[in-house]
Design a protein around this ligand. Structure first.
Ligand code: GPP
Ligand code: MG
Length: 311
């Protein structure tokens, strides 16, 4: 397939997926992201994500891995996807590049809002030190300010990646763990209390118990951790021992999975204003994007899945 035909094909999938959650896809916002970063989409990991929080109303997020030989931030700037800024957020990606072994790069965009995030993931078997991340001059100071917290829970050498959300001016730090590290109810409760976040619901505890890692959101304007999230893998969200939110259920029922059969991540997020839930559905799966344990990890040793057939 020619590159343009491949982009048009993916665009139709994005449009159909947006319809499932009653969102009108903006070609003016989506197409420039696809033409800027989409030249290796046929080989990329591609995921769609819905979330229940107020900040996600009327939006569908799409994320995909990109080629490793581009600098995604300068490429986004030169293609007008984001504006030049003096804010430290503008220097963060190059500091990550200088200090960490990046194995996978990805971008995220909203079908309404357009270009949003850049992801930098490190090799799953080479977890990185949090203090190294906290020492970067452009990292929010709240990471260094909370180092004791991470040390207390054994997380200080478990960084698997960092993402940067340009319009929101926030950054996520991702932590990975092995099944042996799974966090029990008591620990989760204590972590959230330490961060002055609300006590978790039963649903959040169910998800946290099965989580393959956790991640948090920081900004340059607050000394606090803004959000704290537990993601769990599942082959079928409808079989989870939780009541799926109507928006997530609607999405799950109709979503097209391309070549990625049964690869979902259901995530519980804690914020000072309460909990919300997110579901990512992989349309194409590549094992490098996130280091997953158990069954998912096992099939990552098999040959890559075939390129998706047109749906
Ligand atoms: C989770 O963060 C996303 C990933 C771990 C992988 C992205 C996948 C690719 C195919 C590149 P998020 O972006 O959903 O976080 P937030 O909740 O802050 O939006
Ligand atoms: Mg997510």
């Amino acid at each position: 397939m020619s590159e343009n035909a491949e982009l048009e094909r993916i665009y139709s999938v994005i449009e159909e997926t947006a319809q499932l959650v009653d969102v009108a896809c903006s070609r003016a916002k989506v197409w420039p992201v696809l033409t800027t970063f989409g030249d290796t989409l046929a080989q990329a990991a591609i995921a769609f994500r819905v979330a229940t929080g107020a900040r996600y109303v009327g939006e569908l997020d799409c994320r995909f891995s990109i080629r490793m030989d581009v600098d995604p931030y300068s490429t986004a700037l030169s293609n007008g996807l984001t504006e030049e800024t003096d804010h430290p957020i503008g220097a963060l990606l190059s500091e990550i590049h200088d200090r960490f072994p990046i194995e996978t790069l990805g971008v995220d965009f909203g079908v309404v809002g357009g270009f949003r995030k850049i992801y930098a993931f490190f090799p799953g078997e080479d977890l990185q030190s949090l203090s190294k991340a906290a020492d970067m001059p452009s990292m929010p100071r709240s990471l260094a300010g909370n180092l004791d917290f991470f040390t207390r829970y054994g997380l200080s050498e478990r960084v698997t990646g960092i993402s940067i959300d340009y319009p929101s001016r926030t950054t996520n730090v991702y932590f990975g763990w092995t099944p042996a590290d799974r966090f029990d109810t008591k620990t989760v409760l204590s972590m959230l209390r330490d961060l002055e976040l609300p006590d978790p619901s039963e649903q959040m505890l169910t998800v946290a118990k099965e989580a393959f890692g956790m991640y948090l959101t920081l900004s340059w304007d607050s000394p606090k951790i803004l959000r704290f999230c537990f993601p769990m893998p599942t082959p079928d969200p409808t079989t989870l021992p939780v009541q799926l939110e109507p928006k997530i259920e609607q999405f799950t029922r109709g979503v097209s999975r391309g070549s990625a059969m049964g690869k979902y991540v259901y995530a519980a997020t804690s914020t000072p204003d309460g909990e919300y839930y997110k579901l990512s559905s992989y349309y194409q799966w590549r094992p490098q994007v996130i280091d997953l344990p158990t069954g998912w990890r096992a099939d990552s040793t098999q040959s890559p899945e075939p390129i998706a057939d047109p749906v």
